[in-house]
Design a protein around this ligand. Structure first.
Ligand SMILES: [Zn+2]
Ligand SMILES: [Zn+2]
Length: 182
């Protein structure tokens, strides 16, 4: 090994260490960013009532955030999914199918994708986004909304169970907040 090689090895090692330290940070930066700019409180409930919704997290780790917009009657108008450096739509679909009994109300075409850019989010989003992503790529937001396909389905809605936190389907006018699993 020449002196030069040795020097290169040393510098490689320090880069590796620096990278592994940096890598663990952007993931949680990502989730905080999503919570700060892409999760909204108080949006009016759609298709059910016009009361304000709140965001309820269904699954969260250092790189991933899935949550539902829920109104005071626990009706779920939308579910969103964000993942750092990844966009696994199939994972999101199977996650929702696992959360909701009666997965036949979950159709592939009801999943949509929106790309959110820092410049449209205001505040210091544009500069914050650069700490974990190439700002020109933005952040991908997948969302699922239930669109009834016939009159029978129009009478049904998906709700969040206040006992187990899973989703369930029932009559749109029901005030029941607990699923059939209990
Ligand atoms: Zn509602
Ligand atoms: Zn339940």
């Amino acid at each position: 090994m020449t002196k030069k090689d040795k020097k290169q090895n040393t510098s490689y090692n320090s880069t590796d260490i620096a990278m592994s330290v940096v890598k663990s940070v952007p993931k949680s930066d990502f989730v905080s960013f999503v919570r700060k700019y892409l999760v909204v409180e108080g949006l009016p409930c759609s298709r059910h009532c016009d009361k304000p919704t709140h965001y309820s997290s269904l699954m969260e780790d250092r790189s991933k955030l899935v949550g539902a917009y829920v109104c005071p009657d626990n009706y779920v108008s939308r579910i969103t999914y964000f993942e750092f450096n990844n966009d696994d739509l199939n994972w999101f679909k199977s996650f929702i199918r696992g959360e909701l009994d009666g997965g036949n109300l979950i159709r592939d075409k009801d999943f949509r994708l929106a790309t959110r850019h820092g410049w449209e989010l205001g505040g210091s989003a544009e500069s914050e986004i650069q700490s974990f992503s190439d700002s020109s790529k933005g952040v991908k937001e997948y969302y699922w909304t239930f669109y009834p396909k016939d009159n029978e389905e129009k009478k049904r809605g998906n709700f969040l169970c206040e006992t187990c936190g899973k989703l369930f389907s029932q009559s749109l006018t029901s005030k029941n907040k607990v699923c059939q699993r209990h």
